[in-house]
Design a protein around this ligand. Structure first.
Ligand SMILES: NC(=O)c1ccc[n+]([C@@H]2O[C@H](COP(=O)([O-])OP(=O)(O)OC[C@H]3O[C@@H](n4cnc5c(N)ncnc54)[C@H](O)[C@@H]3O)[C@@H](O)[C@H]2O)c1
Length: 274
């Protein structure tokens, strides 16, 4: 599915190029966190594959909030930058909220700006967080009926759980959101026709916690020894689920594909305003 989205996105890039527009994404990285550097590299090579021009703005670890906001403002003002992505987490002392709010909502391709989050909550989805968007895309592509479906989300982060709950509600699913304080997790997860797990806890979800026939999305990315694993006991759960995403190679690539798609959407709507 990620490859399919990339192919469609590359075609949309070509259409824009015929109008003399090359979509551009700027990533902003503060400091030298190796995991963040790796995610940035992945995003830039994905941009390359579909013809999006990309650049990485790197600020030193000890940058002030003012320095960061100033750089974001510069990118806001550039016509050749259609999307701006601030790589999180920021080094200690820097507030992601203020920096995020300084990105123009129409260039906020990660969908984290309060204006975009607010629109999502009101049922008017514009640019939305990429992981939930990928999950909704996959469900729709699988032909899963969302209206009335029992959906359970484990994890209530601003990046995944909360926006996904809003997106599922916008499509009239019945949504339960669980988190670390949920008293009996299994009691909830066993209800799920659609189960999304984004907790960051290896093997949190075992076979007896999954309803037979459920569609399972494993968002977790955990390092265990030299392996990368998700939050679901994949080998056991794949026997009861009707569909399940692997880690690595499942939700991650779809998330990156959605970032590309949203960057092109941002370029398309900015072009319409010229
Ligand atoms: N594949 C992707 O593209 C992608 C994108 C975002 C996050 N992630 C991964 O998803 C995981 C979650 O990240 P996040 O930023 O959404 O969340 P987070 O790390 O901010 O928060 C974790 C969430 O899980 C809940 N939780 C923790 N332990 C739990 C437990 N034992 N039982 C029930 N709930 C529990 C917490 O209450 C919280 O809601 C991480 O492993 C992260 O690396 C992957």
């Amino acid at each position: 599915m990620a490859a399919e989205v990339e192919t469609e996105t590359a075609q949309r890039v070509k259409r824009l190029e015929r109008k003399g527009i090359v979509p551009g994404l700027a990533t902003v990285l503060v400091g030298e966190n190796p995991a963040s550097q790796m995610y940035i590299r992945l995003k830039h090579s994905a941009c390359n594959r579909v013809g999006i021009r990309s650049e990485n703005v790197v600020l030193p670890e000890r940058s002030s909030e003012e320095d960061l906001i100033e750089r974001i403002m510069e990118l806001n003002g550039r016509a050749d930058v259609n999307g701006i992505l601030l790589q999180l987490p920021l080094p200690g002392g820097l507030s992601p909220q203020r920096a995020m709010m300084s990105i123009l909502p129409e260039k906020d391709v990660d969908g984290f700006h309060p204006v975009n989050m607010g629109a999502l909550l009101l049922g008017a989805e514009r640019l939305v967080p990429c992981t939930p968007r990928g999950i909704i895309y996959a469900l729709e592509r699988l032909g899963k009926k969302l209206e009335g479906a029992e959906a359970v989300i484990v994890g209530h982060s601003n990046v995944v759980g909360k926006p996904l709950a809003a997106m599922l509600l916008n499509r009239n699913a019945t949504v339960q959101v669980c988190h670390v304080f949920t008293r009996d997790l299994a009691e909830h997860t066993r209800d799920a026709e659609i189960l999304v797990v984004a907790a960051g806890v290896p093997a949190l979800i075992k076979k007896d916690m999954v309803r037979p026939g459920a569609v399972v999305f494993d968002v977790g990315i955990n390092r265990v020894g030299d392996r990368t694993v998700g939050d679901v006991d994949f080998e056991a759960v794949k026997d009861v689920a009707s569909a399940i995403t692997p880690v690595p190679g499942g939700v991650g690539p779809l998330t990156v594909a959605m970032l590309l798609s949203q960057t092109v959407s941002a370029a398309e709507s900015q072009a319409a305003l010229i």
